[in-house]
Design a protein around this ligand. Structure first.
Ligand SMILES: Cc1cc2nc3c(=O)[nH]c(=O)nc-3n(C[C@H](O)[C@H](O)[C@H](O)COP(=O)(O)O)c2cc1C
Length: 173
C-alpha cells in the first residue's frame, strides 16, 4: 500500500498544542494511535492497527536515522529525532519524536514501544533538512548494502564536530 503513494509537496504543519502518540509491539507493529495520529496519517484506525509503523515512512528520510532509532530503543534507551512522515494522500508532516521502550512489569523484557511527537522548531528543522539531504545522498551513492554505514558516517561527522553525543546534539540544535 505504502509504496504506491506518490509523495507531494503539500505540507501539514503541527500546531504547538498537538501531540501525536502511538504505541507498537516489540516488532514495531502499531497497537495504539491517538486521534491526532490518525488525523495526520490520513488512514482509518482499522487500517493502522496491526500494521508496521513504516506505514507513515517518507522516502526523504535517511535509513540510517531509523537504524539509530531501533538500535537505541532495543538497547533500552530513549530516542529523540526529527522525522518527516507521509500521509495516505502523499502530503508530509514533520515531527520531533521521542520513542521509549515499555517493559513487561517488573522485568527487563521489552513489551513494545511508545512514541510522542510534537511540533518541531522551524529553525532547527532547517538544520535537519539539510543534514538529512546529505545523509540521503551518501546512502544512495553507497548503494543498498552500505547505505546505513554511509548515512551514519555523515551524521556522526556532524555530531562529533560539536563535541557532543547524538542525544546531546539533537536536543541542543
Ligand atoms: C514507537 C515507534 C515509533 C515510530 N515512529 C515512526 C514514525 O513516526 N515515522 C516513521 O517513518 N517511522 C517510525 N518508526 C520506525 C519504523 O518502525 C520503521 O523502522 C521506519 O519507518 C523505517 O521503515 P523500514 O524499517 O521499513 O525502512 C517508529 C518505530 C517505533 C518503534
Amino acid at each position: 500500500m505504502q509504496n504506491k503513494i506518490v509523495p507531494t509537496d503539500k505540507e501539514r504543519v503541527m500546531t504547538a498544542d498537538e501531540l501525536i502518540v502511538s504505541k507498537t509491539d516489540a516488532t514495531g507493529r502499531l497497537t495504539y494511535c491517538n486521534r491526532i495520529f490518525i488525523d495526520y496519517a490520513g488512514y482509518t484506525e482499522f487500517e493502522l492497527l496491526g500494521r508496521q509503523h513504516n506505514i507513515v515512512r517518507h522516502p526523504d528520510m535517511p535509513r540510517s536515522v531509523f537504524h539509530l532509532l531501533w538500535a537505541t530503543i532495543k538497547s533500552g534507551n530513549e530516542f529523540f529525532g526529527y522525522v518527516k512522515n507521509m500521509s495516505k494522500d502523499g502530503s508530509f508532516y514533520w515531527v520531533f519524536a521521542n520513542v521509549t521502550p515499555s517493559y513487561v512489569a517488573g522485568t527487563s523484557e521489552i513489551l513494545g514501544y511508545f512514541s510522542v511527537r510534537r511540533k518541531p522548531d522551524l529553525m532547527k528543522l532547517k538544520v535537519i533538512e539539510s543534514l538529512y539531504k546529505d545523509m540521503l545522498i551518501a546512502e544512495r551513492q553507497a548503494g543498498a548494502r552500505d547505505a546505513v554505514g554511509a548515512g551514519t558516517d555523515v551524521l556522526m561527522n556532524v555530531v562529533n564536530a560539536t563535541g557532543k553525543d547524538y542525544r546531546e546534539f539533537i536536543l541542543s540544535i
